[in-house]
Design a protein around this ligand. Structure first.
Ligand code: FAD
Length: 488
């Protein structure tokens, strides 16, 4: 007898769960709240970057057989061991990450990417964002080397096609409102669709319907005052429904409810993500420039670490500044270092031939304080240390607060450019308590029979920050587990 499995959501975690349940013999229904043109959740907004353990070229060639011999020959991918991934997770979460979930994420990362490949997802090296060319050789840095072909849209398209091929019944514009059952067992869902509200029964339900980043009231409630003013980088549909409906039947919550992933995001970006621009509103080359607020003051160490390890925290820092905005300032020496997103049409940018002229064009800026800050910064740069963007070069400032610890270069070559950024929230960290098999745990600590969860709405993995590219890997790892277990 086939198990009937309902999957709630339509992003990476939901699609991986649905495919894996169907592969394991279940009859699977996937209910996605968004209408088809807007489906795919935050997953569709991503660049498709996925963090995985790898031992270098052999592992990666299996994953990316399309890459030519010439490309392999000129590229140094390094290795990224189990220990590296666990250490990165531990370090950026201040060792709060749940060890059981962290080990499952790390140990299943490469097998799950291989599994995804078998399901039709193609991968390629993440050249643009994670590598630099030094003496003719491409060198990767930061442990993140793989992206899905076609980015987030390509990933969702490939998984959706596979889900259909293995018989998953996909329903868009189907908004799941509640779970049937209680902490002793879940037996279905209530779902609202354009044709009305109905109850569907199932042997198991997998919640993969995102965090609460698109719910302004919950943001203010859990993340704190001011967070209702943040822009949402991705889908408008992740409003915490999965967390609400599971806790309503007795599920336990877990993790960093006052924490989230939030980045510097164009100050004039729309309220929710725009699929035509994707993640182009992000502005991630700040380690090579100087970040100032409207009072003309610096407020973070722009070069504290590779941007992978700071970008998810600095959105919050910008939200805390006057007017909730800041400016990333560069000079002409940085032109070749700026990522593609600085060249999109929808960019908030001003330029000036002098620092004074630039300051006058920065709306709301205290010009004299700004010029003084840059002059103090310029005087503090350790010119004697060579600049190298591929390593933490230690080219820092001397006696400056806050310091700039790496990649400090004087701003002295016109034209000067400033990009206005605000805070864009990516996803929330707090969520449901699950075990390493993606089973949802009740408030009394027992497993809730028939209820699984995967992806953004799982709590306990990420605190304070997360290593870039772990979100999709987490959704795939726990989604795949949830699907297999739900089908049993
Ligand atoms: C701009 C941007 C760039 C990013 N880049 C990366 C990256 O490169 N690498 C990386 O690892 N992570 C990245 N992330 C984070 C990543 O998007 C998430 O970690 C991951 O996609 C979450 O997957 P998910 O399946 O859990 O959620 P989603 O993909 O958000 O899917 C949740 C789905 O649930 C649906 N839903 C919500 N409520 C209901 C309901 N009541 N009933 C039915 N359906 C419902 C939504 O419509 C949505 O489709 C990025 C995020 C953004 C916004």
């Amino acid at each position: 007898m086939h198990k009937r499995v309902i999957v709630v959501g339509g992003g990476n975690a939901a699609l991986c769960a649905a495919i894996s349940a169907a592969n394991a013999g279940a009859s699977v229904t996937l209910l996605e709240r968004a209408p088809e043109p807007l489906a795919g959740g935050n997953s569709r907004f991503t660049a498709g970057a996925m963090r995985t353990v790898h031992a270098g070229a052999t592992d990666l060639r299996n994953l990316m057989p399309e890459v030519s011999d010439a490309e392999w020959a000129r590229t140094d991918f390094g290795t990224y061991t189990r220990g590296d991934f666990l250490e990165d997770l531990g370090r950026v979460t201040r060792y709060r990450t749940d060890p059981e979930l962290a080990e499952r994420l790390v140990d299943d990362s490469l097998p799950t990417l291989r599994w995804m490949r078998q399901q039709g997802v193609r991968f390629l090296p993440l050249y643009g964002r994670q590598s630099f060319t030094v003496n003719g050789r491409v060198q990767f840095w930061g442990g993140l080397v793989v992206e899905a072909w076609g980015g987030g849209p390509g990933l969702v398209e490939a998984l959706t096609e596979r889900a259909r091929d293995v018989g998953v019944s996909i329903h868009y514009a189907n908004h799941v409102r509640s779970l049937t059952g209680d902490a002793r067992g879940v037996t279905g869902v209530t779902v609202a669709s354009p044709v009305g509200t109905r109850e569907l029964s199932a042997d198991a339900v997998i919640l993969a319907c995102g965090g609460f980043e698109a719910n302004a009231a919950w943001r203010a409630r859990y993340l704190g005052p001011g967070w209702d003013l943040a822009r949402v980088r991705g889908t408008r549909f992740n409003t915490g429904d999965g967390i609400a409906m599971a806790t309503a039947i007795g599920a336990a919550t877990r993790g960093h409810f006052s924490g989230c992933h939030a980045v510097q995001w164009d100050a004039n970006a729309p309220e929710y993500g725009d699929l035509t621009v994707g993640d182009g509103f992000q502005k991630h080359s700040y380690p090579f420039g100087v970040l100032v607020n409207n009072a003309g003051q610096r407020f973070v160490d722009e070069g504290a670490d590779f941007r992978n390890y700071t970008y998810a925290r600095y959105g919050r820092e910008v939200l805390n500044q006057p007017d909730q905005v800041a400016w990333q300032v560069f000079d002409a020496k940085c032109d070749g270092l700026l990522r593609d997103e600085y060249r999109i049409r929808e960019v908030s940018r001003v330029t000036g031939a002098t620092l004074e002229e630039l300051g006058q064009r920065m709306d709301g800026m205290h010009v004299q304080a700004f010029v003084d800050t840059i002059n103090r910064y310029n005087a503090a740069v350790r010119e004697e240390v060579p600049f190298n963007p591929t390593v933490k070069d230690g080219r820092s400032t001397r006696d400056l607060t806050p310091p700039k610890s790496n990649w400090a270069q004087t701003l002295d070559t016109p034209p000067y450019t400033a990009y206005q950024v605000g805070c864009g929230i990516t996803f929330t960290f707090g969520g449901l308590h699950v075990d390493a098999d993606a089973r949802v745990i009740a408030q009394d600590g027992a497993v809730i029979p028939g209820l699984f969860a995967a992806g953004e709405l799982v709590g306990g993995l990420f605190y304070f920050n997360y290593p870039g590219g772990s979100g999709l890997t987490s959704g795939a790892v726990f989604g795949r587990r949830a699907g297999e277990n739900a089908a049993r």
